[in-house]
Design a protein around this ligand. Structure first.
Ligand SMILES: *[C@@H]1O[C@H](CO)[C@@H](O)[C@H](O)[C@H]1NC(C)=O
Ligand SMILES: *[C@@H]1O[C@H](CO)[C@@H](O)[C@H](O)[C@H]1NC(C)=O
Length: 580
């Protein structure tokens, strides 16, 4: 995924933070393991779905963070029971290691400067990955409809028997971020080795996110072998350029699916995303139900050139510097909007976490979100933000001046200086919030230097003696928030019940939030129920993102097998769920 943190999961941060930063609460591990074991044994006695019959349960109505009971599908066939045992077996584990390791060995790096498909040869690296999937998952390729969209997008359709049920979509991306040549030596095991060390599988893509792609494929292959007959159509949709914003892959796949099924036609989507985290003495599963927005803004200063021996008092670089200083002197407000999943998460913390701070609980009780930026400070958000940037930026629009170019020669005054500022937009703000804010900051500087201001006015030609502000084409609103009701049977309640079935009732499922974007950005029209969720968990690792986008990316096999278990149950639970 585009580098993103679910909730303060900075495992490698050496500084201790008072709360919210993951703390490895060792006592939780045996607890989880125990519950895990109990449920597992429990499973073989075939438990009926518990959701459909418990509407109106009084706990549900009182609790703002009601936790659905572990949810198991009714077992309608022995092969499905045996399949569950098989997933937990050593032979499955061994074969799974080989499958995932093999996927890592195929380098499917996405590069920022890739040219068009068909022209730039580097895209062709994805072809061997397709061949690998076809060899590794023969049943899927024999029994399901396999389509290639925009050459490398992979779409698998397992037609369900009931056309009235909305299909379920599983996503993942085939590409990985490149490994810079200068960092290859820093890897403990070579980045495309897929090395297995007895506990972890190593390599680029091992946790972002070939693990999820392989787990989804393994799940379907297992269900086919167990003669599962879905009522609800199951679709897998795999893009191939997520790491460079997904336009060729997910951009085309989503359009293809919308053309085929229509808008609001899909029951739910599960894509890569947030996972598990330990905080306030509690293990949380944090499916991403919200995503911050995005906008890059370029600011271009045009100012007269000339010989530097007789300079003007200021140059375009100097004026741009003044703008940058001004930008950095003002932060966006830290606040939690009414619709932000941060509130739901805090309610879950207050209700279930043993060491949830009293002060937060008190502030949560009287929290009301400010309606505008000028409203009084949001005490709850500010208190929570004390635990560091990773948490603060779940409640604040971020800004970072990341790129600057200006000047060509040491004896010539620079005629043009360009600055690009990256923003991730808080829930409650919009791209316009950012654009207005910048316009307001730059206007007095333009006046001071007698420059014409063109701020987001659609003019693409830069005039001499001007300051122009442009928003990038990648500008994105905050994603629609996925509903998280558990009062009725909803995709979220099924996801939560499945998670507690696999990992035990020691795990609390709470709404998670993403600071970055996944391929799901293209799928908003097709369903309200989008989950950015990596359902694999290894209690010994305490969650975390497995060094994505950096050296020594790896995944524990326990985590991977947990993910396969989760998908096998989730698909079966969704198949019998009576939604809406
Ligand atoms: C799994 O792999 C290990 C290590 O290679 C081996 O010792 C064990 O016998 C294998 N188990 C099965 C059931 O294949
Ligand atoms: C500002 O620029 C305009 C032309 O763009 C010029 O006519 C005017 O004299 C300038 N004013 C000052 C104070 O430099």
């Amino acid at each position: 995924m585009e580098k993103t943190l679910p909730l303060a999961v900075e495992h490698n941060t050496p500084k201790a933070q008072p709360y919210l930063l993951l703390r490895r609460v060792l006592t939780v591990v045996p607890l989880v393991a125990l519950i895990f074991y109990v449920n597992w044994t429990h499973f073989n006695t075939a438990i009926k779905p518990t959701f459909t019959n418990n509407g109106g349960q009084h706990e549900t109505s009182k609790s703002p963070c009601h936790q659905p009971a572990p949810l198991f599908p009714a077992t309608d066939n022995d092969a499905l029971n045996l399949m569950w045992e098989h997933v937990a077996s050593e032979s499955f584990r061994n074969a799974s290691i080989v499958r995932h390791s093999g996927a890592i060995k195929i380098d499917t790096s996405s590069y920022d400067d890739l040219g068009p498909i068909g022209e730039d040869k580097r895209w062709e690296a994805i072809k061997p990955f397709h061949d690998y999937l076809a060899d590794t998952f023969p049943r899927i390729h024999e029994d399901l409809k396999v389509e290639k969209v925009n050459t490398y997008g992979l779409l698998y359709t397992w037609q369900g028997s009931d056309e009235k049920l909305k299909p379920l979509v599983l996503m993942a991306h085939q590409d990985v971020v490149p490994v810079p040549a200068s960092t290859v030596d820093a890897w403990t095991h070579p980045p495309f080795s897929g090395h297995y060390d007895g506990r972890y599988i190593w390599g680029r893509g091992s946790s972002d996110c070939k693990n999820q792609l392989i787990a989804e494929m393994e799940t379907l292959e297992l269900l086919l072998a167990a003669d599962f007959k879905p009522k609800r159509t199951i679709i897998m949709s795999f893009g191939f350029d997520e790491e460079i914003s997904g336009r060729q892959g997910a951009g085309h796949l989503s359009k293809f699916l919308i053309d085929r099924y229509g808008e609001d036609s899909i029951a739910a989507i599960v894509d890569e995303g947030a996972g598990f985290s330990e905080q306030w003495g509690q293990v949380f599963a944090l499916p991403g139900v919200a995503e911050k927005g995005y906008t890059d803004v370029s600011i271009i200063v045009r100012y007269p050139g000339g010989h530097s021996s007789i300079p003007t008092d200021h140059t375009s670089i100097g004026i741009a510097s003044e703008i940058i200083s001004k930008i950095e002197s003002v932060r966006y407000p830290t606040y939690i909007a009414d619709e932000s999943p941060m509130l739901g998460l805090m309610q879950c913390g207050a209700e279930h976490a043993p060491t949830f701070p009293k002060r937060l609980k008190k502030l949560l009780g009287k929290h009301s979100a400010p309606k505008t930026c000028k409203a009084k400070p949001d005490e709850l958000a500010l208190e929570l933000a004390k635990s560091g940037g990773a948490v603060r930026y779940l409640m604040q629009t971020s800004q970072a001046v990341d790129v600057i170019t200006g000047g060509v020669k040491v004896n010539a005054l620079p005629e043009r200086t360009q600055v690009t500022v990256n923003h991730r937009i808080n829930i409650g703000d919009t791209p316009e919030t950012v654009h207005h804010h910048l316009t307001k900051l730059v206007k007095p500087i333009a006046e001071k230097y007698n420059l014409t201001l063109h701020a987001f006015d659609g003019k693409t030609k830069e005039a001499p003696l001007s300051i122009s502000l442009f928003a990038s084409a990648t500008t994105l609103k905050v994603a629609p928030i996925t509903p998280t009701d558990t009062k009725d049977v909803t995709p979220y309640s099924i996801l939560a019940g499945t998670t507690r079935a696999v990992y035990g009732e020691g795990v609390v499922v709470a709404p998670g939030m993403m600071t970055g974007n996944t391929d799901t950005r293209y799928y908003w029209p097709i369903t309200k129920h989008i989950f950015r969720y990596g359902p694999g968990y290894d209690p010994a690792d305490g969650g975390g993102l497995g060094n994505i986008h950096t050296v020594d990316e790896k995944i524990s096999v326990v985590n991977h097998i947990g993910m396969v278990k989760w998908f096998t149950l989730f698909l079966r639970n969704m198949d019998v769920a009576e939604l809406e």
